[in-house]
Ligand binder design. Structure first.
Ligand code: DAH
Length: 340
């Protein structure tokens, strides 16, 4: 029996040496110490021994059992430690490793310019209004006092979607929509996309952006218009620029004007940007035509207003010295990434 016990211990040692997983070790534990194990069998058979022998053999068997228990514990601990070490190796984070830089996007130059323009007006208390890009002939032309035979209505100038529906050719329809939706005092600025049947070249694009402005209140005069737009020009191009208003025609304003700013590149001496004239045309404007106010349900005896509209691409090109409008839409990151 003594030999049996030392064999059991010897074998247990051998087998435990080969255990590499916790599951292996658990299987061995059941095999070595479980109810059906040889050691349990021996312990069970003690009853048949005489008392003296039972004592020595009992002690021997128990000490083998203890030793196997200790070995099992050791094996479990070793495997755990090994696995932990392995996990530390695999999951180790090198905090000194330089990070991978995610390239940061930039705003599109048109968005940058729209933000610059609208910020000047929102800081003067204007709110932003929006209108649909797919517009009705009514809002794009009729409500804006455009003559029935006005050339801009032509199929060659306007993208018609169906009779009476078109892609807006200007942001001015937002004026008409706002007049119908709000009561004076009205003070809005409206940036957005416009569309015209133009063949793309350095200065034309069938899709472009405008910013529209409208102010309606009691006692609004041309002086308010000039003061507001002069301040706007100084905010956008620098406090040293001067402005000049030239008479012009727009169906929805009377009187109408175009505003020029003194060339912010040469200071008015004449250069490539201002084509030698010292002045640069920036926007169209005027006092809102009574017909437009009337369509909008505004009492023309009580209220007057002014309006203005400008091309965003044109302003961005002048400000940033860009000589081809198509650059805005090619999405070449080397170009559009320059405007922060
Ligand atoms: N809608 C005009 C255009 O596309 C620009 C414009 C001129 C808008 C005068 C206005 C304005 O509001 O008063 O050419």
């Amino acid at each position: 029996m003594q030999t049996q016990l030392s064999n059991i211990l010897q074998e247990a040692k051998e087998q435990l040496k080969n255990a590499v997983t916790e599951a292996d070790t658990e299987d061995l534990r059941i095999k070595l110490l479980g109810k059906k194990g040889r050691l349990t069998e021996i312990l069970r058979s003690m009853g048949s021994l005489d008392p003296e022998e039972r004592k020595t053999m009992g002690q021997a068997a128990n000490s083998v059992r203890n030793e196997i228990e200790n070995l099992l514990e050791e094996t479990f601990a070793n495997i755990k430690e090994l696995q932990m070490g392995l996990r530390f190796k695999v999951e180790r984070i090198d905090v000194t490793e330089p990070g991978i830089q995610t390239p940061l996007g930039t705003k599109h130059p048109i968005t940058v310019t729209i933000d610059e323009i609208t910020n000047v007006f929102t800081s003067m208390g204007y709110s932003i209004a929006e209108g649909p890009e797919v517009e009705t002939v009514f809002f794009n032309f009729d409500a804006l006092n455009a003559a029935a035979n006005h050339p801009s209505r032509d199929l060659t100038d306007t993208f018609y979607i169906s009779p009476g529906v078109l892609l807006r050719t200007q942001t001015s329809p937002v004026q008409a929509r706002t007049l119908l939706a709000q009561k004076p005092p009205i003070k809005i600025i409206s940036p957005g996309r416009c569309f015209r049947c133009d063949t793309p070249d350095a200065t034309h694009s069938p899709m472009f952006h405008q910013v529209e402005g409208l102010l309606v209140d009691e006692g609004v005069t041309m002086a308010d218009l000039k003061g507001t737009l002069d301040l706007f020009a100084k905010e956008l191009f620098g406090s040293e620029v001067k402005t000049k208003f030239r008479p012009h025609f727009f169906p929805f304003t009377e009187p109408s004007a175009e505003m020029d700013v003194s060339c912010f590149k040469c200071g008015g001496k004449g250069c490539r940007i201002c084509k030698g004239s010292g002045w640069i045309e920036i926007l169209g404007c005027g006092m809102v035509h009574p017909n437009v106010l009337t369509v909008g349900g505004i009492d023309t005896e009580r209220y007057t207003g002014f309006a203005f509209g400008m091309g965003v691409e044109r302003i961005a090109m002048l400000k940033y010295g860009i000589d081809d409008i198509r650059l805005f839409y090619e999405n070449d990151m080397r170009f559009i990434g320059q405007f922060k």
